[in-house]
Design a protein. Structure first.
Length: 53
């Protein structure tokens, strides 16, 4: 079996395990990650507006 497939399957299995056994912490982790993405996007938008504004 390909190493990439094994690693991918292991990551998916771990993710499912965490979602099932710790749903509250998993939801909080997703919220935190989305918050970081949002802040990053806002920073990029501010930078681009500063260039062209």
């Amino acid at each position: 079996m390909n190493v990439k497939k094994v690693v991918t399957l292991a990551a998916v299995a771990l993710l499912l395990f965490l979602l099932i056994t710790q749903p509250d912490q998993s939801a909080e982790a997703v919220k935190t990650g989305l918050g970081w993405l949002r802040q990053g996007a806002e920073s990029i938008i501010t930078f681009v507006r500063g260039l062209f504004g």
